[in-house]
Design a protein around this ligand. Structure first.
Ligand code: SAH
Length: 224
């Protein structure tokens, strides 16, 4: 999978060189290219933002550097072009799975008050939000998207089972995990997990999943 990111802060994406995503990149399981939108600005001071028409607080990213950057990166429009935006459709595990199958992706990260609407109308296929709150830039949301999509790319996760059982895949939240030591700070792990009875373990995990989901996310149970 090839991912192109358009951003004013490409250095933020160094964070993806750590852990699982870093290893996946080293193994060549995906290709990530970050493009600095500022490099495409035709302005002599490389300016990429301006005040909003109609007034109001903050600055808006100008269309020219973004439009030219997208054309340079994906001139034939072969990739799915996503703008990270609090106005977008809210990301969920089903969208993540679909995106992992959809081929190459271009991700546009906004900053300040966002980007000029004309670039969204001309160049963007979909707007995605990572949740109902506002961040200062699209870089962290883009990294969230990249991380959760790549988990579905074959061989990125060590254990192919990991995406089957986890939260939202059921769609229930995941049961609690325990590891060694068997007793910690006077708290033993639940007896059933050391019983060796796999049927009972499965039953216990299912009950725990249901209880946690009922408590924290009853909305997930509504359509069941
Ligand atoms: N004025 C805008 C918010 C701009 S925040 C509004 O009220 O809708 C600046 C940038 O951060 C946005 O362009 C977007 O790329 C990114 N961003 C902020 N919150 C986000 C969220 N919840 N999901 C995805 N991107 C977000």
């Amino acid at each position: 999978m090839k991912i192109d990111v358009l951003t004013l802060f490409p250095e933020m994406f160094d964070a993806l060189n750590c852990s699982l995503m870093g290893r996946a990149k080293e193994k060549g399981l995906y290709e990530l290219r970050c493009h600095n939108i500022r490099d495409y600005s035709a302005d002599k001071h490389k300016k990429c933002d301006d005040t909003p028409f109609g007034g109001g607080a903050g600055m808006v990213m100008t269309p020219q550097p973004i439009h030219d950057c997208i054309r340079a990166v994906d001139g034939e429009h072969n990739a799915l072009r996503i703008y990270m935006s609090p106005r977008g459709k809210r990301l969920n595990q089903q969208i993540v799975k679909d995106l992992s199958q959809c081929g190459d992706i271009v991700i546009l990260c906004g900053h300040y008050e966002g980007v000029d609407q004309r670039v969204i109308d001309m160049d963007i296929d979909m707007e995605l939000s990572v949740g109902d709150y506002v961040l200062s830039g699209g870089e962290l949301p883009a990294m969230v998207l990249i991380d959760c999509v790549l988990r579905y790319v074959p061989n990125v996760l060590g254990n192919a089972e990991s995406t089957v059982d986890e939260s939202f895949s059921q769609p229930l939240l995941e049961y609690p995990h325990y590891t060694r030591p068997q007793e910690y700070c006077g708290m033993p792990v639940p007896e059933v997990l050391v019983s060796g009875n796999h049927q009972n373990i499965s039953k216990w995990r299912r009950e725990q999943s249901l209880a946690i989901t009922r408590k924290n996310r009853p909305d997930l149970l509504e359509n069941k």
